[in-house]
Structure formats: C-alpha cells, structure tokens
Design a protein around this ligand. Structure first.
Ligand code: PEP
Ligand code: MG
Length: 597
C-alpha cells in the first residue's frame, strides 16, 4: 500500500517580516544550561573571581562582535537593537549586577557561577516586585538581567550557545523562541525563512528579523508539535501563515509569488552599474556611511562612490585605553585602501552626551552635566582635550598616503571652532612633515557637519572657513525641533520632513553653492528614497547613506527630473507641516516604470 501523503495544515502567527519562504523545517533547539550550586573555601575566592573576570571578557567580546554585525542592517533596526546590546555591555561593566556578583563570591563563599545565578535572580525578582504602571518595562528589564547572566554562565562553564551553523542550508529555521542576540547570529543567506512557536510582533527579535530581510512568522502556537525535521513548509511573512505539507496548488501559488519577489530584487541589483543621474542627466553623487569596518564589503557592492561619513567612534569603543596614532592610522589606512581611490570622509570623534565610552571616561566632564546633549559633545569635547584631536588628525593625515581623505568636524556651532581646528591641523601637518612621515601629498579638505541650527543659520559665514559641508539631519532635527532623536519613528515632533528643517537644508545648500564648496546630506533622511526628489529640489547633489539604501535611492534619482524636484521642494518649503510635505511628495513623484520591472 502506498503511504498516504500528510495533509496540508495551516498555522497562524505574527507576520513580522514580509516575503515568501519555501523549504524543509529544521529546528534550532537551545542546549539546556546546567548549573550546580557550589560552596568554596575562602582561599579559593580570588581564583573564582579571576574565572568570573575571564568569562566577562569573553562575554564582552561576543557582544562587541554581535554589535559589529548590526552595522550591516538598516539604521532603523540598528537604532532599536544597539541600545539593547549596549545595555548588556553596560551590565558587564561597572553595574550593580557585577558588584553584587563579585561581593557574593567572597561574602557567601560560593562559586562564580552560583554567585551569577543568585545575584541575577535576586535582581530580576527585585525589578519584578517594583510597583508602577510600566509592567512591560519591568518584565523587559528583568529579562535583560537574566539574559546577560545566561551568557556569563555559558562562558563560565563552557557550555555551548545555540548554534545555527549545523542547520540545513535553504531550510526554514524553527525555534520555540528566539532572543535578539540569537537573531543577530543568523546568516540570512542560509535560510528560506524563520518561524517560532512563541514570541510577539513588537519585540527586538522581530525588528532584527525584519532587518535580516528574511520572511518570518513568530508566535505560531502548536507549529513545532505538528512539524518534524524535514517537513516541507511555506511561510508567508505578509499574511503570517505557515503551511505545513503544502498541496501542489499552494506550492505553485507560493512559487509564483517568490518569482515576482526575486524579479524586483534583481532589478535593484542591476542598478549597481548604472549611473546615478536624473532623467535630465544631472549627476548625483551617492556615497555610503560607515560605522564599522565590517560594512566595507557591503559598501563596495552597493555602487557607492566613496564614504561620505566615517563615524570614527567605533575605534574608541569597547576598549579600556585609547587607540594610539599607529593603531588609528592602520584602521583608516585599511578603509581608504579598500575604497580604491574613492574619497573617504573621516569624521573626528563625536563623543559625549549620553554615549558612555570607558577609554574616554577621564576626558568627560567630572560632574554629570544637567543636559548632556547640550553640553560637551563632538568638537567641543575635542577642543577641550586637543591631544585627542591631534592624535586623530595625525592618523588621518598619514592614512591620506593610501588615497583621498577628507576631515570632518561634528557638532560645530561657532566659526571659532573650525578656526581652532584648522590651527591644530596645520601644526600637526608641519610636525609630521618635519619628521618626514609619509602622508597625503596635499593637506586634506577640512569640512564640517551642519547639525546645529547655529551652523545652518550661520552657514554663509562658516563657508568662509570650511571646505565642505555635510548636513547631519539626525541632530539638526533634534536641536531644531527641541525633540530627542531617540523618539520613535513617526513622532510628530522628531520629523526631518518638517518644513523648518527643510528650510535649513535649503539655506545650507544655497550658501554652499554661493561659496562654491560641496555640500552633502548624510543623516538618516538621505536613505529615504521617497525624500530623494525633495532633497534634489532643495539643492543637494550629494547624499551619503547606509550602503543598503543606495540601490533604492539610485532608482529614485533615475526616475526624477530636476524640474519635478524643484516643484516638490518649492511646495514643501511652503507647507504647513511634515504630513503636508509627505502628501506633496506622494502627489508629485512619479516613477519610471522601465526601472521597476
Ligand atoms: C546626523 O546627526 O545626522 C549624523 C549623520 O550624525 P550622527 O547620526 O552620527 O550623530
Ligand atoms: Mg550627528
């Protein structure tokens, strides 16, 4: 007798990441963590503490690696996940949790793993016992404490983490639940989709999966009980369905959808070698923002003509001492060489405000500032400690021997700031020259971010001293609207499409044009392809963005004509608010059908 084919079964979950995936189910189970509670002799306490410190170092390295992987994701997703990883890193630093764990080893004479387990549980329970309305926040914080303790425990006891490497390529990754740190480890190219039996639509994991670009359905109760390893499934990340043992008709429909999706992806990929120019042949310079060196290969494939913003903060992060001139030179040099003659705009350290960097703690103001975002930040901090700036400038000048570099200053609000940096740069250049050090043949251009209202409104005067401008609309929006940039996307106040911001962009573009200096826009707004015609109409001809966004923005450039862009910009400058601007864009943008098929 022929075995009967199992019949089709459909499960419903949260549709967290769109797209269709077809493949066999493969489950990534989490190995159980086994910890035994152990007493120790007083004489063994130092050795236990040393084991703990080793595990902490390993945990920090792992999280730093995870954070580096985030850089390949769209900025919005990075913005959601990076704070979580920072929270973990903070807990591994000088936190109450670490103090409690260290104290327990000596006070209670217990092993490091017992101390981690006891202290984490005590703190998680104390958080849960708090009263107040933010129950979801308490649950999240308690889970963060437990999550970081699980990481330390696995590192202490050398028990394996969940691994995705052994799963069958092309399969649908299935798990009871996934944590954000797991999601950051998934290689999207290896899987057709992701399903979980637990988990919601709004958590960090969901954001991560969306960012990976893999179809995903979370919280599909019962699906793991019904599926065996190898069961064929279709996942529909738009509808939130998982079809196990699909019928022939279901498979055909899903395959047709899949073909449509890959056709539109291919049309974006084809754009890589086409010029970024409008229909009326105005060339637009599209560059990439780089936050971590790990992004370089992706940038090279994106069709970017250079790096318009290298955020040098990563060089100073996750280390206990400052990187010296040679270390910095090597890092910049590698990036400049990889860009193969395309310019690299290196922004000097933009630190201060709420960002906490261990190696720089001696340089931050002693007393906590009442308003850190309005205090010592960016160029203000560097001018307070010129030795930091001198080292970085020397390294950039030396990296200039490997290809074209530009130097950019963050958070400028006064003409005096750029004049002071120019003096320092000249002195560093003379010193290196006297010593016969190899460096850029010509002094690199020195430019500034326009990201404070003072800089935007004073741009005509600043243009007499700066050799280029880069509009940082992330901060410009925050400082102009007096609204924190960490407000959620869609916030009424924090919206770079507010006409007030558009006017500042326009003023800056006009001042740059009058002074004949280049101006680019490198805030998050540059990667929104819907805004591209508007920005061109405001006078911007150079955009720097996350490498992932370049094909979409190029497509928008190639569909636009300058007269259409000017009409959009003129209407938007006179609009009442950001919603009205969006409506103007929507009504007046047309796309070139030949580009999208
Ligand atoms: C900006 O403020 O727009 C910008 C590009 O700089 P950052 O996001 O690094 O502050
Ligand atoms: Mg900024």
């Amino acid at each position: 007798m022929k075995p009967t084919k199992p019949s089709e079964q459909i499960f419903f979950g949260h549709p967290v990441s769109p797209g269709i995936g077809i493949g066999p189910i493969d489950e990534a189970a989490e190995p159980e963590l086994v910890i035994s509670h152990k007493k120790i002799a007083a004489a063994d306490a130092p050795a236990e503490r040393a084991r703990l410190e080793e595990a902490l170092i390993r945990s920090r390295h792992q999280l730093a690696k995870l954070k580096a992987r985030l850089a390949g994701l769209p900025e919005q997703s990075q913005a959601e996940i990076a704070p979580l990883i920072d929270a973990y890193l903070h807990m591994l630093g000088t936190s109450r949790l670490m103090r409690g764990i260290r104290a327990r080893i000596g006070d209670n004479l217990i092993s490091a793993e017992s101390a981690v387990q006891d202290e984490a549980e005590a703190q998680a329970n104390a958080i849960l016992a708090l009263t107040g309305s933010d129950r979801a926040g308490r649950l999240r914080r308690a889970e963060e404490v437990r999550e970081i303790s699980r990481r330390i425990l696995r590192n202490l006891t050398h028990q394996p983490f969940r691994s995705f490497a052994a799963l069958a390529p092309g399969s649908i990754l299935a798990a009871t639940d996934l944590r954000p740190a797991d999601a950051a480890l998934i290689q999207p190219a290896n899987f057709a989709g992701i399903i979980t039996a637990e988990g919601g639509a709004d958590g960090h994991t969901a954001v991560m999966l969306r960012a990976l670009g893999l179809p995903a359905v979370l919280g599909a109760t019962g699906v793991l009980d019904a599926a065996q390893p190898g069961t064929l499934a279709i996942i529909d990340g738009d509808a939130g369905t998982i079809t196990l043992n699909p019928s022939r008709a279901s498979l055909e429909a899903a395959s047709a959808k899949l073909r449509d999706m890959s056709r539109s992806r291919r049309s974006l990929a084809r754009l890589q070698h086409l010029p970024a120019e409008t229909r009326d042949h105005v060339a637009i310079d599209l560059q990439a923002n780089l936050e971590l060196p790990f992004e370089l290969p992706m940038i090279a494939q994106s069709g970017a003509h250079g790096i318009g913003l290298l955020r040098s903060e990563f060089i100073f992060m996750n280390r206990e001492s400052l990187p010296d001139e040679d270390t910095q030179t090597q890092i910049y040099q590698n990036i400049v060489a990889a860009m193969d003659g395309d310019p690299v705009t290196i922004r000097v350290l933009d630190w201060g405000s709420d960002k906490d960097v261990e190696a720089l703690s001696d340089y931050l103001p002693e007393a906590a500032e009442p308003n850190p975002a309005l205090g010592l930040r960016g160029i203000r901090l560097l001018l307070r400690h010129p030795s930091l700036l001198e080292t970085q400038l020397a390294a950039i000048l030396r990296a200039g021997a490997a290809g074209p570099v530009r130097i950019m200053l963050p958070m400028v609000s006064l003409t005096a700031e750029i004049i002071a940096v120019r003096d320092i740069l000249d002195a560093v250049y003379r010193r290196l020259k006297r010593r016969g050090v190899r460096m850029a043949a010509k002094k690199p251009p020195l430019g500034i971010m326009i990201e404070t209202p003072a800089a935007a409104l004073g741009c005509a005067q600043l243009a007499r001293h700066a050799q280029f401008f880069a509009l940082g609309t992330n901060d410009l929006t925050m400082y102009t609207m007096a609204a924190d940039r960490s407000l959620p996307v869609g916030s009424k106040l924090y919206d770079p499409l507010e006409p007030a911001i558009l006017r500042l962009i326009h003023i800056t573009a006009e001042a740059a044009q009058a002074a004949r200096i280049p101006v680019s826009l490198c805030g998050e707004l540059a990667s929104r392809e819907q805004a591209t015609p508007l920005l061109l109409g405001l006078g911007i001809r150079q955009l720097s963005m996350h490498g992932n966004a370049i094909p979409r923005v190029k497509q928008a450039v190639r569909a636009a004509t300058l007269s259409q862009c000017h009409a959009i910009a003129t209407a938007a400058l006179d609009a009442a608010d950001a919603d009205a601007v969006r409506e103007i864009i929507r009504a007046r943008t047309f796309s070139d059908p030949s580009e999208t098929t």
